[in-house]
Every structure is written in C-alpha cells, then in structure tokens.
Design a protein around this ligand. Sequence first.
Ligand SMILES: [Zn+2]
Length: 282
Amino acid sequence: MTEQQTLRVPVAYTGKTLHSGIPVYMRLLPAPADTGIVFRRTDLPGKPEIPATVESIVSTNRNTTLGNGVAQVMTVEHLIAALRGMGVDNVIIELDAGEIPLGDGSAQTFVDMLREAGLCQQAAPRRYFRLRKPIWVSKGDSHMVALPAEQLKITYTFVTDHPVVGIQFGEYVITEPVFAEQLAGARTLIFGRDIELLHRQGLGKGGDLDCVVIVDDDGYRNPLRYRDEIVRHKILDVVGDMGLLGFLQAHIFAVRSGHGLNRGLMQEMLRQSNVTIGVGNR
Ligand SMILES: [Zn+2]
C-alpha cells in the first residue's frame, strides 16, 4: 500500500511569471491527509483558496488557469506535474499574485523545492483515479485516448509543419525517477513566429531565453537540454494537467494535444463516470 505524502517542512521561492511578467512569492506548506492540492491567494481579502480540480479550470489558452469566481491562478501545470510526478498528495500553495512562478520554464525549480523540503508519509492510503473502459476525445487534428492501466504511462506524438522541430515521439511510464531525471528539466517551447500574437493576447510578457526555448524557422535561439525537449515538455504538461484528477492510472495516447484537449479528456473521464477511485498497490 502506498501512503499519502506531504512536505516535511514549508519551502519558499520568489520568481517571475511567464504570462503576466510580474514577480511572485510562493510558499509550499505541508497539509493534512485528504487535503489534496490547494492554492491560496495571500494578496486578496480573505485569502481565497482554489482547489486543484478539473472543475476549477477557467482557461486553457497557452496555460492552465484555475479559478473559483473571486480568484485565479495561472500556469499551474508545471508545478502540479512536479507535485504528482514526485508523489505529493497534499499541499497548500500560497501565492501573493495570480500566477505560478515560471522558474526556468520546466518543472525543475519545483522538484528542487520538494527535495529541499523533503516528503513524509501520512497515515492514509493514496487514492488513485482509475478507468474501467477506454475514453477518447478529438478536436480537429488533435487526439487523445486513455486506456485502463496499472500505472500512468504517456505516449505522445508532437506533429508540426515547422521546418526545424519536425515530428517528435516520446513514451514514458511516469515514476518518480523517470519524472525527475527525464521530464522535469524539459522547458516550455515558443515558436518565434507566435511571440507577437502572444503579446497581443497579453501573454508571455515574462518570457525570455532564460526560461523558454524559442525556435525560429531557421533554428533554435538557445541550446537544447534534450534533442527531443519539446515532446518531453508536452508530456510534462500532460502529467500536470492530469494531476488535477489526483493520481491517475491510465495509458494516455496523445497526438498534438494541448491544455484544452487535456481538459476535454479529463471532463470526458468524469462525465462517463466510469472511474473507480480506489486504494492503489503501487
Ligand atoms: Zn508547459
């Protein structure tokens, strides 16, 4: 039986945000069993809390934003990926702004924070989100299929007509060592030709070569950490979005999916109510 886990001690980080471009002070706090992941806006009256659930999603435009009607938190996906990837069930995330700090554009900053804090087991069994039958969603030429499985496995095909990036394929069983060593360091990618559009939408203000990979039609502007860094980051995003379900046990096949379709797949899993939330034996 796997027990639930939380942080041993609080840990803090100050950093800039990708989309709003402002600095934010973030603390991760230990939380009791069955709390789940909860965001708390310390800069707003009453310090409103937002649970990290599928129902809390309010936007999937270039990031996953959660909200509760009075408060929002943008760009939660890399932090949630690190929490689930490293086996955290319960945590309170305090923020004095409406966006998670970007770190270096990957989940590495958050993995480092969790290692600094250390984790401890709690006297309650971990709950897993399991499927009883296949679920699939498509939008245009983006597709996702989830099959019942004993663990979380993600198979991703990144398809683009971009002359430099091309087609990238990746497949990982999401265990803590795999997450920490092969996925956590993969950074956000932005196409150079999309930057103007992002800025027009008021997004990406904090983006620079310290925290995103920028690729133009004639090459990458900064050195890559992995030859296939983009597909690794797309898998990281799937881990983070699926983390809103808790600890998912499924084999997910994704082609060209982004945050919007990730949300669609999770909604379909919940809508078809064919899940069992049980005690795992991993
Ligand atoms: Zn991402």
